[in-house]
Design a protein around this ligand. Structure first.
Ligand code: HEC
Length: 106
């Protein structure tokens, strides 16, 4: 009984964590779709790149960060380690980031 309860709780914790991780990647700390936070609103980033595809082509490449949203260019040092972190994610996690990103810019 006790063991079963612990197992159930552990399962809950794991699914709860997975659900929140897929709903909101760490990017959410600094970015939103239509509002500037620590980083530029994703709509501005998409406008600067031309399309969501172009943004992810850059993110998924090994090109260095050359900020395209002029007003935020000075904050490059904040995004640089995030880019490194993103590039280390599994393909599955990257797909989750993209799904979330697209949801934000709707
Ligand atoms: C700690 C805060 C922070 C986090 C976390 C963060 N960013 Fe950023 N991001 C910034 C800042 C500040 C800028 C503006 C400076 C720049 O463009 O390099 C930026 C810029 C960007 C740009 C525009 C880069 C360019 O070429 O103009 C993209 C795209 C981006 N972030 C995507 C993401 C994604 C996707 C994630 C999550 C995987 C993420 N960011 C996580 C702070 C953050």
């Amino acid at each position: 009984m006790k063991k079963a309860t612990i197992t159930a709780l552990a399962a809950l914790a794991i699914t709860g964590f997975a659900a929140s991780a897929s709903a909101k990647p760490f990017c959410a700390t600094c970015h939103a779709g239509h509002k500037d936070k620590v980083g530029p609103a994703f709509e501005k980033v998409v406008a600067a790149y031309g399309s969501v595809d172009a943004v992810f082509e850059f993110l998924n490449s090994d090109k260095p960060l050359e900020p395209k949203v002029a007003a935020f260019a000075k904050k490059k040092g904040t995004m640089k380690p995030q880019l490194k972190k993103y590039r280390k994610l599994s393909d599955e996690k990257k797909a989750e980031v993209r799904a979330w990103f697209e949801e934000q810019v709707k």
